[in-house]
Design a binder for this molecule. Structure first.
Ligand SMILES: [Cu+2]
Length: 79
């Protein structure tokens, strides 16, 4: 029972770390894509908002929310 608990805790820790490392990469990709293929002005405002949100959530430790915002920016860019 204890072993299962430890394995589960480790899995959560590993997933958390992976997500924490993922956000800056995803945000970087967003920024690169926004530069490479800017959409219309209204879309870019929304993209910038999502990127700013992703950075904020990452700093706050809400990595899942950060990844969601970063992926939302991708969608807005047509990815
Ligand atoms: Cu993060």
């Amino acid at each position: 029972m204890n072993k299962i608990f430890i394995a589960a805790a480790m899995l959560v820790a590993l997933t958390g770390t992976a997500l924490a490392n993922d956000c800056p990469n995803l945000i970087k990709k967003d920024e690169e894509m926004a530069k490479a293929m800017p959409g219309d002005a209204a879309t870019m405002v929304k993209v910038d908002e999502q990127i700013a949100l992703a950075k904020k959530e990452h700093k706050a430790g809400n990595h899942e929310a950060s990844v969601t915002a970063a992926k939302e920016a991708w969608k807005l860019l047509g990815m």
